[in-house]
Design a protein around this ligand. Structure first.
Ligand code: SAM
Length: 298
C-alpha cells in the first residue's frame, strides 16, 4: 500500500481549509459551529490522555466533543469522569450511544451547547481539537481555571502561551486514511504569582526579613530577592500549576548562604519548605510567604 506523510503544517492548513469551505464562524458566543467536525484519530486520543496523565481522580471536559471519543476513552480506559459539549445534535446522539456501548454512561454526559458558554469550573483536564483562533478566544478563560488544571490540544497551539510539553506523531488514520502528522500540545494552568512576597525566617538565631518580587509571563517566572543588605536575582525560578520553586545565594550577616525555596501557591499565600546552607551547616525550615498589594495580568 502506498503511504505518505503529510507535514503537520499541511494538516493544520487542511483543517483551516475545511473551516473556510464550510464558512464556519469563529466567533465566541455565536450559536453556529466555530470548527468543522474532524475526529481525532483514536491513537492520538489515547496519547493525549496519557500525556495529561488522566486517571480516576480526573474530571475531563472536551470542548467541541464530536462523537464523544475523547470523553468516552477517558472514562473507559483511564477511569475518569467528565462531559463533552457540541453544537451539533447528531454528534450528541452519537456520543450518548458510544458511551452506552462502552458501558460508561454513568460517568459521562454530553450537552448540546456552545463551547464558549460551557461551565469549566469542575474540570481538572480540558481537551480540544478546535482551531488556532478559537484556542486564542478560549485562552483567557483557560488561564482563569484552577491552577494545576491540565489543557491538551490536538494540532493547534495557544500562540505565545508556550506548551509545557509537545509531541508530534505520525498517524495513518489522519483525515480518514490520508495519513499525516498530529501535534499534541499540553499546558498546566499556572497560578498567578506576580507581585511582592514577604516572609521572615530565623537565621543564626535572629529574625531575617525576605522580600521577593516576581514577574510572570504564563508559566515563566523571574524575580529578585531583598534580604538584609543584599538584592539578588532568583535562580531556577519555576512554576508548575500551583507549585513554585527558586533558589539564590545571598550574603547574610557576612556569610554567603545558599537558599532554596519550594512551596504551594494558594491565592496570596505560599506554604512550603526552605533549605538554607552555609559552608558548615544546612537547615530545613517551614516557609510561609504572603503577597503584598501588587498583582497583575499574566
Ligand atoms: C474538530 S471536531 C473535534 C471533535 C472531537 N473533540 C475530537 O477530537 O474527535 C470539532 C467539533 O466541535 C464542534 N463545534 C464547533 N463549534 C462549536 C461551538 N461553538 N460549540 C460547541 N461545539 C462546537 C463541531 O460540531 C465538531 O464536532
Amino acid at each position: 500500500m502506498l503511504s505518505f506523510k503529510l507535514p503537520n503544517r499541511f494538516c493544520g492548513r487542511a483543517m483551516l481549509g475545511v473551516a473556510m469551505v464550510l464558512g464556519v464562524a469563529i466567533v465566541a458566543g455565536a450559536a453556529e459551529p466555530s470548527v468543522p467536525y474532524v475526529p481525532t484519530p483514536q491513537e492520538v486520543v489515547e496519547r493525549m490522555l496519557e500525556i495529561a496523565k488522566v486517571g480516576p481522580q480526573d474530571y475531563l471536559i472536551d470542548l467541541g466533543s464530536g462523537d464523544g471519543r475523547i470523553v468516552v476513552t477517558a472514562a473507559k480506559k483511564f477511569g475518569a469522569r467528565g462531559f463533552g459539549v457540541d453544537l451539533n445534535p447528531v454528534r450528541i446522539k452519537e456520543s450518548v450511544e458510544n458511551a452506552a456501548k462502552a458501558g460508561v454512561s454513568d460517568r459521562v454526559a454530553f450537552h448540546q451547547r456552545n463551547l464558549f458558554e460551557a461551565d469549566l469550573s469542575d474540570a481538572t483536564v480540558i481537551t480540544m481539537y478546535l482551531l488556532p483562533r478559537v484556542n486564542l478566544l478560549l485562552r483567557p478563560k483557560l488561564l482563569d481555571l484552577k491552577p494545576g488544571t491540565r489543557v491538551v490540544s490536538h494540532d493547534f497551539s495557544m500562540d505565545d502561551w508556550k506548551p509545557d510539553a509537545f509531541v508530534e506523531m505520525e498517524v495513518k488514520e489522519k483525515y480518514g486514511n490520508a495519513g499525516g502528522d498530529s501535534s499534541i500540545y499540553f499546558w498546566i494552568v499556572p497560578a498567578r504569582v506576580i507581585g511582592s512576597w514577604q516572609w521572615q525566617l530565623t537565621v543564626g538565631g535572629k529574625p531575617l526579613a525576605y522580600e521577593v518580587t516576581l514577574e510572570q509571563k504564563y508559566q515563566m517566572i523571574s524575580g529578585t530577592v531583598r534580604v538584609g543588605a543584599s538584592s539578588v536575582t532568583l535562580q531556577d525560578a519555576r512554576l508548575r500549576g500551583d507549585q513554585i520553586s527558586f533558589s539564590f545565594s545571598a550574603d547574610v550577616n557576612g556569610s554567603l548562604l545558599e537558599h532554596r525555596f519550594s512551596g504551594r501557591v494558594t491565592g496570596n499565600t505560599i506554604e512550603g519548605m526552605a533549605t538554607i546552607a552555609g559552608s558548615r551547616s544546612q537547615r530545613q525550615l517551614e516557609w510561609n510567604a504572603i503577597r503584598g498589594a501588587k498583582t497583575g495580568q499574566i
